[in-house]
Design a protein around this ligand. Sequence first.
Ligand code: ADP
Length: 444
Amino acid sequence: MKNSNSAILLRNLLALTTILTFLFGLLTMLAVVQQELANSSANTRTIVRRLKGAVIDDDQDWRNWQVNNGLSSNLTYVHVENRRADAKRKNYYSANAKQLTRSLKPLPFFGGIYYRGDALYAYASGHSRGIYYQVWVNLHQQKQVVKNVLLTILIVWIIVLAISVLFAVLLSDKLTQPLLVLNLAAKKAADSGRGQLPVPEKPTEIKELAVSFNELLGQLYDQNEQEKSFVNNAAHELRTPIAAIRSNAQLIKRRGGEHPEVIPEAVAFIDDESRHMQKMVDELLTLARTDRRQLEKAAFNLKEALQSALKSAQLAQPVQLACPDGLELVSDRDCLIEIVLNLLTNAGKYSPASSQVLVKAEATDGGVRISVADQGQGISAKDKEHVFDYFYRSDEVRGQIPGTGLGLAIAQKMAALLGGTLALADNQPQGTIFTLTLKQERAK
Ligand code: ADP
């Protein structure tokens, strides 16, 4: 797997060690070559100096000098040229020196170095009292040293590579192991319902990843449970009116012929229940649409919007509206009216026709507060915790006052969509106050 952690680590480690070994080798080589060249040219110059001291101007001098200096004829080549007028002989060559000097060529960029074939020679010259000396020293030994250094570097490189491979494999195993465990656990968690991933102590990154995953898994699980219970509740709530409709339809079928007097009541029942179902389906659709509702925010007069909501609500109760005339709000007007209408409908449903409903709006710091207060039966402490849940209805109203238990859930969702909150409190001396707080900027 060329994209696995270990492959990436291995590639990078190999590249790094190769580059480092190459640089290190290059520097070592340069130092060795430089040192070897310096040694050999010093050596060559010493021979020239000794030649200059010897003053070779006849065959005897030349023989003596060769015997005394005992230079290796394989490695050192000497040419003495006597340019004096009284010279008995002009040129003296050590063994093989004559052939060598004919075929030597200077090595480019390296002053004082000559080559023939693959052999290198250090060169030095000098003259004294009309006698000229030239010396070439074969760099065979130095070449051998450089070769050995190269070989050593190569061996070091191979050893370093081998160690790097081993190191990369061990390290990547160590790093990857917790990931593999996590992966396996994630697969298991996907199969079983509420799975949680094991959280390793180290490395920190993987520990944090596992914690985040667990949070995500928890959220997904809760969401899934909520959806399941929503569908369950919806099915349950729809089953009751359907059962009522069917039993009344069967009643008409069985007894309608003989006892036509049961028909009007049964039909009225069917009508009521089907209306209830219609309302529930409508509200379910509203709920579903709220999730992806596109807001159309614009500035509008709040008092006019509230008046419009009051008009649609058509409450039996007398309603008092307290809102400053010029209060403007930038928000989605339709959405706001739907929330207020919802609260007004509840106030109408759950309070006596003779009691008063108060709708109040006021500017707050950076927003507005709109409240709908009724003087109805109020909401018990136990119910307060649940009235915003889907399908929740208090026991007192179930079967007594028509409703779906979805109105407040929709209103709260819409309030959140507008960037606000919907809260409830007791009204004094009795009843309930629902307060919608919006943080949206005001036009003025
Ligand atoms: P619905 O009114 O269709 O039952 P809602 O979600 O609007 O559904 O309300 C949920 C429950 O909260 C109601 O069934 C009722 O018990 C309670 N409730 C809501 N508004 C009021 C109110 N103004 N006064 C008393 N109880 C209320």
